[in-house]
Design a protein around this ligand. Structure first.
Ligand SMILES: *[C@@H]1O[C@H](CO)[C@@H](O)[C@H](O)[C@H]1NC(C)=O
Ligand SMILES: *[C@@H]1O[C@H](CO)[C@@H](O)[C@H](O)[C@H]1NC(C)=O
Ligand SMILES: *[C@@H]1O[C@H](CO)[C@@H](O)[C@H](O)[C@H]1NC(C)=O
Ligand SMILES: *[C@@H]1O[C@H](CO)[C@@H](O)[C@H](O)[C@H]1NC(C)=O
Ligand SMILES: *[C@@H]1O[C@H](CO)[C@@H](O)[C@H](O)[C@H]1NC(C)=O
Ligand SMILES: *[C@@H]1O[C@H](CO)[C@@H](O)[C@H](O)[C@H]1NC(C)=O
Ligand SMILES: *[C@@H]1O[C@H](CO)[C@@H](O)[C@H](O)[C@H]1NC(C)=O
Ligand SMILES: *[C@@H]1O[C@H](CO)[C@@H](O)[C@H](O)[C@H]1NC(C)=O
Ligand SMILES: [Zn+2]
Length: 480
């Protein structure tokens, strides 16, 4: 009789534990969208009903601190790796690597050399290594072979391909026989036009409205494909934009001898490689040249930029104040809008919105770091994050699973990637897995203590009708 009761208790304990662990989310789909140069406050510039629809039924982060420098390639690579520029190696749109003796230039679309990208592993590769499939429509870097891989599906970069064609591909990949779980979609506006007109131009209004219409088109197509309710849509950008002026130009030719240095990257962060033996001469000539130009030796670059420890960062960098423009002389190209400035400046900050089954509804968060997107993506995709500089904990409140109903063991019960530890986790994730194991241990102790009391109670009271008792106990547990 006693052994039968013990057996029943054992079954109940097993049921309880399996219910607890089955609270893990289903396999999630994620579509990550970047509208290049979509500054955080463009949302309020003109009516943007589709962006506001996503905010109302999803989440919105008001201030996203992106990484220095606030340019397209460095920031897009951060979104998919969670690393600062000095760690992922894409330190600028235009680079020279003295060890490889090679150049990289977005201006000349000379970006296909794998070696520049391989200091990091982007999310699509990690996703594929975990047995999933990814699809990318023009996201920067997705048509480059990195660690011998491409995304499972991708479009070679071609700025003439329309937004509608890009969306059609993404939908096709999400609905194919072997559907992708990760989609990456990129659009060049509102960055392109804001460079030409300047962000303060009243003509930017219609450009922002057009991006909003494009988001509306994407939502409509996702609904038509029955993806809208099951897919997690994340909409963000790489950086913002600031107004420049021909009255705020710093001309290097006025201070430096052309023969003494190579200008690797120009504005607003001039990357200067002095010729052999010319370091001091170049540095002294520039250091106090202009009140709106701050000149750093590489080792003096402020810590908070995490922009020092990489040989692609040149020995001298000169950073212009917001809205100031660095040229060699006035025959160089000048643009009325630019970005790349200090990432602490609000005008450099992008948008961040998300909608889908994993996200809360109508939830606004004040601030996040753009490095935190990567661990969030890994969590949603159920893959183990590579070492990174973000923190899942900092953005966990965006997730519906983080709400109080997450269960008795706290939010980390629902973070399968935190469990695996195949790759050394980031600092914050160590805390997280510690919290997880603490939660599981406490939970197990509670369950065991509960059953000891339960068994004692059973033995003492000698309740004869076991099946009824079992039904009573197990039902509330099943609903937990
Ligand atoms: C997460 O991945 C692990 C293996 O890496 C797998 O066992 C588990 O079932 C996955 N969870 C979901 C919800 O897909
Ligand atoms: C670096 O490459 C250039 C050609 O791009 C070549 O002329 C030069 O000799 C190379 N320098 C070294 C140190 O190999
Ligand atoms: C780029 O796309 C346009 C429009 O779809 C097409 O006409 C053109 O041939 C493409 N260019 C290349 C190099 O594929
Ligand atoms: C440019 O320098 C002047 C003089 O130091 C300063 O007053 C001004 O604030 C600077 N401009 C910016 C945008 O920081
Ligand atoms: C401006 O700089 C470019 C590149 O160094 C040079 O070719 C050109 O001669 C310069 N123009 C003037 C007016 O100095
Ligand atoms: C969204 O939240 C705000 C306050 O945070 C509230 O005033 C508003 O009614 C909510 N809207 C919906 C649709 O729940
Ligand atoms: C961003 O990261 C820094 C450095 O890790 C941290 O101090 C700061 O609190 C983070 N900001 C947010 C909003 O999480
Ligand atoms: C960023 O992450 C990389 C990889 O884990 C690490 O090597 C680096 O020290 C981190 N940087 C900071 C400032 O924590
Ligand atoms: Zn740009």
């Amino acid at each position: 009789m006693t052994s039968k009761r013990l057996w029943v208790s054992f079954v109940l304990a097993a049921v309880t534990l399996s219910i607890t662990f089955s609270l893990q989310p289903d396999q999630q789909k994620v579509l990550l969208v970047s509208f290049d140069g979509f500054r955080w406050d463009y949302l309020y510039r003109v009516p943007t009903p589709h962006f506001h629809h996503v905010m109302k039924y999803g989440v919105h982060v008001k201030q996203v601190t992106n990484i220095f420098l606030t340019k397209t390639y460095p920031n897009h690579y951060t979104l998919v790796t969670g690393l600062f520029a000095e760690n992922h190696g894409i330190v600028a749109n235009d680079m020279f690597d003295p060890i490889l003796n090679k150049s990289f230039s977005l201006g000349h679309m000379d970006i296909y050399d794998s070696e520049f990208w391989e200091e990091a592993t982007p999310i699509w590769i990690t996703n594929q290594r975990a047995g999933h499939t990814s699809g990318a429509a023009m996201w920067p870097g997705t048509d480059v072979k990195i660690h011998n891989s491409f995304p499972t599906h991708y479009l070679p970069y071609n700025e003439s391909v329309s937004f509608e064609e890009r969306v059609a591909k993404i939908i096709e990949w999400f609905t194919s026989k072997e559907p992708i779980n990760l989609g990456l979609l990129y659009w060049e506006e509102p960055d392109d036009t804001a460079h030409d007109l300047g962000p303060d131009s009243p003509l930017m209004g219609p450009v922002i409205s057009d991006v909003d219409r494009k988001l509306g088109y994407l939502i409509q197509m996702l609904k038509k494909a029955k993806l809208w309710d099951v897919l997690n849509l994340i909409i963000t950008s790489d950086h913002g934009m600031t107004q420049c002026s021909e009255e705020r130009i710093i001309e290097l030719d006025q201070y430096l001898d052309k023969d003494n240095y190579v200008l690797v990257d120009q504005s607003p962060v001039a990357a200067i490689l002095p010729k052999e033996g010319k370091f001091d001469e170049v540095y002294e000539a520039l250091a106090h040249a202009h009140p709106n130009l701050t000149v750093y030796r590489r080792e003096e670059i402020p810590e908070r930029w995490h922009y020092r420890d990489n040989s692609r960062i040149q020995p001298i960098i000169a950073v212009a104040d917001e809205g100031w423009y660095i040229l060699r002389n006035k025959s160089d190209d000048f643009m009325l809008g630019n970005h790349g400035y200090d990432n602490e400046l609000a005008e450099m900050h992008p948008i961040f919105l998300a909608h889908g089954p994993s996200f809360r509804e109508n939830f606004t968060k004040e601030a996040m770091n753009s490095t935190d997107l990567y661990p969030l993506l890994c969590h949603l995709l159920n893959v183990t994050a590579m070492p990174h500089n973000g923190s899942l904990r900092s953005v966990q409140d965006l997730l519906s699973a983080a709400a109080p109903r997450a269960g008795p063991y706290g939010p980390y019960t629902q973070s399968p990637p935190l469990l695996q530890g195949r790759v050394p986790p980031g600092e914050n994730e160590q805390e997280a897995s510690y919290a997880y194991f603490l939660g599981v241990s406490l939970g197990s102790i509670i369950v065991i203590v509960f059953f000891i009391i339960f068994i004692k109670h059973l033995i003492r009271s000698q309740i004869p009708v076991l099946p009824d008792f079992q039904a009573e106990i197990s039902q509330p547990l099943l609903q937990a």
